[in-house]
Design a protein around this ligand. Structure first.
Ligand code: HSE
Length: 428
């Protein structure tokens, strides 16, 4: 039997404890499946005395994750601290410098520093694996890196932030405004310590940038993700989009176009009956499109103790089995620097605006949109709200630039009240 594989686990929050529990529940099974014994040598966290839902007495304790990363009895450093810099980065760098493999769930760190860390590890013949960083328990990194490795990937898209999907679906089902459901999410403990990571689309943007790197063989380009959060989505838009046959999702889309790599994480309308449209609550869904395989849809828990720890273990098991994959599916030194393309591909859009309810108002708006080259597919006017009437328009394919131009001209019609809303409709 080969030597045992010895782990050092840094970070004993929800995920870290989940990793320990799987080890304690399934040590024999893990050993059978990998052909070697797996041990946890030592663990580390900020506070030793905190009450934790697992017995840690069999493991050595380190208060400093960098010291844990350097221990001679640690072969694989498992980083579950979080944060794009600070102790997480310091300890991973220390582990790589000591010639250890790394498993991490840290999307922020890899989205910002993944290229340099992967190059550092690979130059020493070591691996960094991050299945748990993207979409929790869904094995999407594995699907892209291994299962679909024979495909030219056309598009990667998905709902990759469960908190945002919870907020949007709860707004619809309970008819509650954003602010109220945001507060519910906070009380349920769904929000990150910095809620803007969730509702600002940043967390999901990190995940999309990581998948794009694997899918398109490019260096991670988080800065190039066009980000828009869900804070502007109103209950009116949710209900009215539904009337028109759509649901609003915080949707990530990455695709390689003739102009370069397009990456956006923004609210989009998707057909209500599509798999993405049907996705409820905190669940994640990732859709992968390959030239030979067609479309693959993966759905599951994107966060939480069990699902995320399950993903951490899939990486540990690979290392134990001797499966040594490059971090981003090909040697980091061979990843191309992507040309960034603004997401300007035309798409149908949903528009909502409030018009003065008087003769000719609608005609003025339709004329202005026509002058801006925007063609109307469907339109619906709702009953009066005092002196105004809400109007919904679904356009044929048009660009965001054309819409922004048209919206800048709307005040001269003298019939539009307040700010109009436009949301892209994604073909899924
Ligand atoms: N906060 C994330 C979510 C989980 O709600 O999906 C961690 O990335």
């Amino acid at each position: 039997m080969p030597d045992p594989l010895r782990l050092g686990i840094a970070g004993l929050g929800t995920v870290g404890i989940g990793v320990v529990k799987i080890f304690q529940r399934h040590a024999d099974m893990l050993s059978r499946r990998t052909g070697r014994t797996i041990e946890i040598s030592a663990v580390s966290a900020r506070s030793r005395n905190k009450n934790r839902d697992a017995d840690l007495s069999a493991f050595a304790w380190e208060s400093d994750p960098v010291a844990l990363a350097k221990r001679a009895d640690v072969d694989v450093f498992v980083e579950l601290i979080g944060g794009s810099d600070g102790p997480a980065r310091d300890s991973i760098e220390a582990a790589i410098a000591q010639g250890k493999d790394v498993v991490t769930a840290n999307k922020a760190l890899l989205a910002l520093h993944g290229q340099s860390l992967a190059e550092m590890a690979e130059s020493k013949g070591h691996v960094i694996r991050f299945e748990a960083a993207v979409a929790g328990g869904i094995p999407v990194v594995k699907a892209l890196t291994e299962g679909l490795a024979g495909n030219d990937i056309g598009r990667v898209m998905g709902v990759m932030n469960g908190t945002c999907n919870f907020i949007l679906t709860r707004m619809e089902s309970a008819g509650l405004p954003y602010a109220e459901v945001f507060e519910e999410a906070r009380q349920l403990g769904y929000l990150e310590a910095d809620p803007n990571l969730d509702v600002g689309g940043i967390d999901a943007g990190h995940k999309l940038a990581l998948l794009a790197a694997i899918a398109f063989g490019t260096k991670v380009a988080f800065d190039a993700v066009e980000l828009e959060g869900i804070g502007r989505i109103s209950i009116d838009d949710i209900h009215r989009a539904r009337d028109m046959g759509f649901r609003i999702k915080l949707l990530g889309v990455a695709q390689m176009t003739g102009r370069g790599l397009e990456q956006r994480m923004s609210p989009c309308l998707v057909p209500a009956e599509s798999p993405l449209g049907q996705l409820q609550g905190g669940t994640n869904m990732v859709v992968l499109e390959g030239d030979s395989v067609g479309q693959i849809v993966l759905r599951g828990a994107g966060a939480g103790e069990g699902p995320t720890a399950s993903a951490v273990w899939s990486d540990i098991i690979d290392i134990a089995r001797g499966t040594r994959l490059s971090t981003f599916g090909q040697p980091a030194a061979t990843l191309a620097t992507p040309v960034t393309a603004k997401a300007s591909a035309p798409a149908p859009h949903y528009m909502r605006m409030e018009l003065l309810d008087k003769p000719g108002a609608l005609a003025k708006v339709a004329t202005l949109l026509g002058e801006a080259g925007i063609s109307i597919d469907r339109m619906r006017q709702y009953g009066h709200m005092n002196t105004t009437a809400p109007v919904l328009i679904v356009t044929h394919k048009t660009t965001r630039d054309a819409i922004d131009h048209a919206f800048s001209q709307l005040p001269r019609t003298g019939v539009v009240i307040g700010d109009p809303v436009a949301i892209r409709i994604e073909a899924v």
